[in-house]
Design a protein around this ligand. Structure first.
Ligand code: CAA
Length: 284
């Protein structure tokens, strides 16, 4: 049965997990669909830790918090997609994996549902041939951490209908986010297009010996008002993810400014991937 405010999130990593709980906080019934039970439990415990801290700080009502946690059904069964009017795909940024998952979701999508991919590197046209009705497919792009970051980029593909775009914008608003409409597909959309070239400049300055990582972060934080400097942000996003976004940027734009630098590549090769491994640019 389809509920009018039922969301399915496919992929239970940091992004998918937090998107699920963000929607639950705004009274959506959610199916969080992951491949592994363990990862689903991690998503739930991370969210409950964050939301219960809001309760302790007096910023969230206790009953609302518990109701939100209860609204998310954790499952490994993709068939739950059929129950949703909005589906967000948030699996790893691997082109073939994503294309396969999108096809599996599309087979199960109910007639009224729209399908948003949270990909930051793949405009939905790359996925459109795997979907029966591409008029309901588009990018709905969240930022890390989704429980905190207000912005959502809604990117209309050449195949996406106006109605699906309008519904995606409405969905983002209904879960407390601020959507911006990206009217045509372009690599990195808006925020990442700007952010990752800035990150590259920061890495060049450090690699060429002009400034230390800590001082560069301090300068950007203090002078440009970023909540955290570029290196701390790269650690938050994950250095492997940063590398993949840059590589794909170089491929899709043909612009050498996107080529990952040795400063980044060396760390990724050593398995220093930022917060998730405890070592990166500014965590150790
Ligand atoms: N997940 C969820 N919530 C988090 C969090 C995380 N990883 N880290 C911090 N928070 C929450 C904290 O719980 C806290 O919430 P409460 O006030 O409700 O307790 C709040 O954020 C503030 O946290 P802190 O006081 O610990 O630290 P802070 O003030 O420095 O905020 C931050 C941390 C929210 C991460 C902030 O530094 C920030 O906004 N950084 C910039 C993030 C950013 O630019 N993200 C975009 C990345 S690019 C991207 O995502 C695109 C892509 O496609 C890869």
């Amino acid at each position: 049965m389809t509920g009018e405010r039922t969301l399915a999130v496919v992929g239970a990593g940091t992004m998918g997990g937090q998107i699920a709980y963000q929607a639950a906080l705004h009274a959506w019934d959610v199916r969080l669909i992951g491949r592994r039970e363990e990862r689903l439990q991690d998503a739930r415990s991370e969210a409950s830790k964050l939301l219960r801290r809001r309760v302790e700080k007096g910023r969230l009502d206790h009953d609302e918090c518990e109701a939100a946690l209860a609204r998310v059904v954790l499952t490994t069964e993709l068939d739950h997609v059929t129950e949703a009017t909005v589906v967000i795909e948030s699996v790893a940024e691997d082109r073939e994996a994503k294309r396969a998952v999108i096809a599996d979701i599309a087979e199960r999508l109910c007639d009224e549902a729209i399908l948003g991919t949270n990909s930051s590197t793949m405009p939905s046209s790359i996925l459109a041939d795997r979907v029966l009705d591409p008029s309901r497919l588009l990018n709905v792009h969240f930022f890390n951490p989704p429980l905190v970051m207000a912005l959502v980029e809604v990117v209309q593909g050449p195949h996406t209908s106006e109605d699906s775009t309008r519904r995606a914008m409405e969905f983002a608003r209904s879960i407390g986010k601020t959507p911006v409409l990206v009217a045509r597909e372009t690599y990195g959309f808006i925020a990442n297009r700007i952010l990752f070239i800035a990150l590259q400049e920061a890495m060049r300055l450090v690699q060429d010996g002009y400034v230390s990582i800590d001082d560069c972060d301090l300068a950007v934080h203090q002078a440009l008002g970023w909540p955290m400097g570029p290196f701390a942000l790269a650690d938050l996003v994950g250095l492997d993810v940063v590398e993949a976004i840059l590589e794909e940027g170089a491929r899709q734009t043909g612009d050498s400014r996107w080529e990952p630098l040795p400063l980044l590549r060396d760390r990724v090769q050593r398995g220093e991937l930022g917060r998730k491994t405890g070592q990166g640019f500014s965590v150790s």
